[in-house]
Design a protein around this ligand. Structure first.
Ligand code: ADP
Length: 477
């Protein structure tokens, strides 16, 4: 089985959010199962060319309305994973990974089509194209539209994974046409969606997956379907939810070099020092008895940061400390800074991308908040549990699938609340603070989280089976 994995970000080269973790860890987990996966990424100007040993392998031409555009294909290998980096004018035009929709769409349509062309020129024929989110959906759309005319592509299957349904590629209409991908006439799609890459991809892909069982169900309902619930429900027979995993070797508090002390499930005492150290690093009162809460997140409406701030503001009857590490939406950033300014003794807002500090937050906090309005899978709650932080999550999507609610007498791995409502979150936090007072109960909660197996193994096996099934189905068509 050969598969080309298309993504817009992947560690260790480029990371904005969780997709970068998935696009780095899943292909390697699949390779460990014997699937010959190769990864393709845009060669962004921000990727440090000095740091990686790249080799320019070929150049290909990508056709579009006003003539063809050259793509330069580079190759490298990272931890035995072959990686193609695709360069060209549309990729070089902007420095940021995401941003202005007009340039974004051009960049990613160009990248997606160049990746296909590359396979042809290299004569490396994958059995399956695995596209991720709207950005690489153009590859799936092209394949469905053109494979009948191309013997090379005729038997090649496609899988489109939705990591976040809300982003569909708005503003893409012109660029899609430009690259020879005219609007869909699939009547199952609402009219407004017929020229957007993600909905077009849903209509074109041989199979669709998303990143948790619950999110796969939720997106078939109006509350979570972003207007595509009818379409998603119509294609539910070819829609699968496979949860993301985490790289348990990389995320390991027993060996993590970013931590001041290492600890494990059998030796949790040093974790107290990780908390003390974090309080010191953040210039918070060094007090073991005050519950320390953390968030490591993109600043986005999705993540319910406003709910967390409102909930904490409502807790005046007892002490808490809060650290938020995140970058993103300037409006949310402003909210966070105003909150931090009003709670100088208890709150630290760190507005940067800092993977090392993130690790110390997971290791040193008592609670990690994930009050998302929707959450396709979520990685932070799984990392938190692995590091002995107890997650407080909204019961939605992957959060619901990975965090079992606390019950007295040794049950559950975290705290859950149902509605995206600050009062409900506040009450849940107060309940968590009560349990926190009981050291034995708390240790039990931490330990039950730490033994959970969130490794990629099971999910990679499911993807491998799905690849086989989708390819077999394609061959029958
Ligand atoms: P999403 O993909 O929606 O952003 P996830 O929970 O799936 O959310 O993944 C977020 C990932 O990004 C986690 O690995 C988290 O630790 C990391 N992360 C988010 N913001 C930051 C930041 N400011 N600094 C370091 N790591 C971050």
């Amino acid at each position: 089985m050969k598969a080309l994995f298309l993504a817009t970000e992947a560690r260790p080269l480029v990371k904005v959010g969780g997709l970068a973790d998935v696009a780095w860890e899943l292909p390697r987990a699949l390779r460990a199962l014997g699937v010959s996966v190769r990864l393709a990424l845009p060669f962004y100007p921000s990727i440090d060319r000095e740091q990686i040993a790249v080799q320019r392998v070929i150049k290909v031409e990508v056709e579009q309305a006003t003539g063809s555009i050259q793509a330069d294909i580079y190759q490298t290998e990272i931890s035995n994973l072959p990686v193609y980096l695709i360069d060209g004018d549309p990729v070089r035009r902007t420095y940021s990974i995401y941003g202005d929709p007009q340039f974004e769409v051009e960049k990613f349509a160009f990248f997606s089509l160049a990746a296909l062309k590359m396979c042809q020129v290299l004569k490396w024929k994958p059995d399956l194209i695995h596209a991720n989110d709207w950005h690489t959906a153009p590859a799936v759309i092209w394949l469905a539209a053109k494979r009948a005319e191309h013997p090379f592509w005729k038997s090649v299957a496609s899988l489109l994974t939705i990591h976040n349904l809300r982003y569909m590629g708005a503003g893409a209409e012109r660029a899609m046409e430009q690259y020879g991908l005219p609007a869909s006439n699939d009547k199952r799609l609402p009219e407004w969606a017929r020229n957007l890459p993600l909905p077009m991809g849903l209509s074109s892909a041989d199979w669709v997956s998303t990143v948790s069982r619950s999110y796969a169900e939720e997106i078939q309902t109006p509350a979570f379907g972003c207007g595509l619930d009818g379409m998603l429900s119509a294609l539910r027979k070819k829609l699968t939810g496979i949860p993301n995993g985490i790289d348990v070797e990389d995320w390991n508090p027993a060996t993590d070099a970013a931590l001041p002390v290492c600890f494990s499930i059998n030796n949790l005492e040093p974790r107290n020092e990780a908390k003390r150290f974090l309080q010191e690093e953040l210039k918070l009162e060094q007090n073991a008895a005050i519950p320390l809460l953390g968030m490591v997140t993109r600043l986005d409406w999705q993540k319910g940061i406003d709910l967390a701030l409102d909930a904490l503001a409502g807790i005046t009857q007892r002490a808490w400390q809060f650290v938020l590490l995140g970058t993103g939406d300037p409006n949310i950033n402003k909210l966070v800074y105003e909150f931090a300014a009003a709670h100088t003794a208890s709150t630290r807002a760190v507005q940067r991308y800092d993977p090392q500090l993130a690790r110390r937050i997971y290791a040193g906090c008592d609670l990690i908040l994930v009050p998302s309005r929707y959450e396709p899978c979520g990685l932070t709650q799984m990392i938190a549990m692995r590091y002995g932080s107890v997650p407080v999550v909204r019961s939605t999507g992957g959060l619901k699938d990975t965090v079992a609610p606390y019950k007295t007498d040794d049950g559950g791995t975290g705290f859950r609340f149902d509605s995206p409502d600050a009062k409900e979150l506040r009450d849940t936090l107060l309940a968590a603070f009560e349990v926190y007072q009981d050291r034995r109960e708390w240790r039990g909660l931490q330990r039950r989280g730490m033994v959970m197996d969130f490794s990629w193994k099971h999910s990679a096996e499911r993807y491998s089976d799905l690849y086989q099934d989708v390819c077999a189905k394609r061959l029958q068509e």
